[in-house]
Structure formats: C-alpha cells, structure tokens
Design a protein around this ligand. Sequence first.
Ligand SMILES: NC(=O)c1ccc[n+]([C@@H]2O[C@H](COP(=O)([O-])OP(=O)(O)OC[C@H]3O[C@@H](n4cnc5c(N)ncnc54)[C@H](OP(=O)(O)O)[C@@H]3O)[C@@H](O)[C@H]2O)c1
Length: 256
Amino acid sequence: MTTISLIQGASKGIGLQFCRSLLSRDSQSVVIATCRSPDKASELLKLQSDVPNRLHIHQLDVTKTADIENVCNKTTENCGRLDLLINSAGMLHPSGKGETSLRDVTEEGLSQTFATNTIGPLIMAKYFAPLLKKGNGDIGRQPSKHTGVLVNMSAKVGSITDNGLGGWYSYRLSKAALNMTTKNLSIELGRGKNKITCISLHPGTVDTDLSRPYHKGVPKLFSTEESIRMMLEVIDSLSIEDTGKFFTYDRTELSF
Ligand SMILES: NC(=O)c1ccc[n+]([C@@H]2O[C@H](COP(=O)([O-])OP(=O)(O)OC[C@H]3O[C@@H](n4cnc5c(N)ncnc54)[C@H](OP(=O)(O)O)[C@@H]3O)[C@@H](O)[C@H]2O)c1
C-alpha cells in the first residue's frame, strides 16, 4: 500500500533529505512537503520535477495556525489519511547562534525559538492527529499496533539529564519542552483503538546551515544522507511500545 508522509520544514537540510530518501526508497510513496516559501525552495522544486505525481509542496509557516489548518484541509481532501508526520523545522536562535550566557537572553529570542521549535509542532499534532489515526500502520515494525507515526526532530542538548555545559537557553529550553510535548502526545494519542506512536529523535550533528557555526571540533559530523538513513531505520523499527521515547539516530534511548 502507498505510504503517505508529511515533512514539515522541507526547504533544506534534514527535512529536504527526508523527502529525497522517502521518495527514492519506495517508488509508490507519496510525500507532502511543507515550507515557508516554496518559490525559494529550489532544491525541493527540483526534486518535484523528477516525481511530480508523488511530491506535493505546500506553503506552511509553522508559527501560523492558519497555514497549518489550510494544509490539513488540503491533505484531508486529497489523501484522507497520513502514515508519517515529521516535524523537522527548527531554529537555534533568531541570531543563528545559541546564547553563551544569561546576558544574551532576550524575550524576543526565546519567543521566536519556542514558536518554531515547540508550539508549531504541537499545533501540527493537534491538526494532523485525526489523519494519523486513519493511517495504514505500514510505517514501523510489523505488527506495529499503530496507525501512524509522529516524529518530532529534537536535539540531545534538549536533554535536562545530559546538560553539563549550560548556555543555548532558547534552544535547550525549546527542545526540552518539545520532548515534554512528545511525551504528552504519546499518552493522549496512545489511547483507543487507533494509536499513534510519537517519538522525539536526535539526528546527530549534521552538516546543515543550523549547525554550521559549530562544525569545528565536532567529533563526528554526519552528512544529511547518513543521518536520514539511520533515522529511517529507527522509524522503521518503531511500534506502539516505543511511544513517548527520545531516541538518537542509532536508536540509543536518551534520558529526558
Ligand atoms: N543539524 C544538526 O546538527 C541538528 C542537530 C540536532 C537537532 N537538529 C534539528 O533538526 C531539525 C532540522 O534542522 P536542520 O539541521 O535541517 O536545519 P536547517 O538546515 O537550518 O533547516 C531548518 C529548516 O527549518 C525551517 N524553518 C525555520 N523556521 C520555520 C518556520 N517558522 N516555519 C517553517 N519552517 C521553518 C527552515 O525553512 P526556511 O528555508 O524557510 O528558513 C528550514 O527548512 C531542527 O529541528 C533542528 O533543531 C539539527
């Protein structure tokens, strides 16, 4: 059966590579890719020209509920269900660099980062959960005992247990709150007959614009291809027993 995935934040980096990999590994799969400015997403448009019937691009700023509702209505009308949702859009800080100390913290920096990294993914879940409840359950280990899978792209630095260095207030706080979002969703969406497996996933340090200022000295910098290949293995291994967990790219379970 055709798999229908929605990648939120698909213009570049990890989200774009998820689109590429999902489309190339299964010639039947359909991907709905959302981004803020489709006209400027040249790589995504190029990918669409290769598979025009299987890649659908929609405008969606994750900080705007009206955009989310609009794409949800289109997906309901065109597809009637969803098997996989990946909330990939994210930001380190509006400046592009994490705060190094308390004096760099601003209300504006915190609110923009939370709006994108935490509130957006939760509103996405609110709108798309009914479609994931109608999913075909093909994503994940069989029998998966779920209808759909929801993945929130998190970050190891959002682990409170793992925080030994401090700094990066906006990013760390927003990802820790995103992990709580995953946990809460897993409880509510794990009830009833049609269940959704919800996880937080850390991609490793990946060669993208987001991590670019920090590449120097990174012990292992993954290409987007490597990271997504490993993360798809994690997603393929999921069943409802895994819901609410925080995994790394190699399926190690992280503490919140
Ligand atoms: N790269 C890493 O090493 C790393 C490590 C840990 C976790 N992560 C997480 O992985 C995810 C993807 O990051 P990346 O490395 O691929 O970063 P990236 O290359 O900088 O891409 C970020 C994506 O988020 C989108 N975005 C930002 N604000 C948005 C908004 N309001 N609405 C919709 N889209 C928005 C960007 O779209 P525009 O093109 O419109 O700006 C872009 O597509 C993030 O959640 C990040 O926190 C990455």
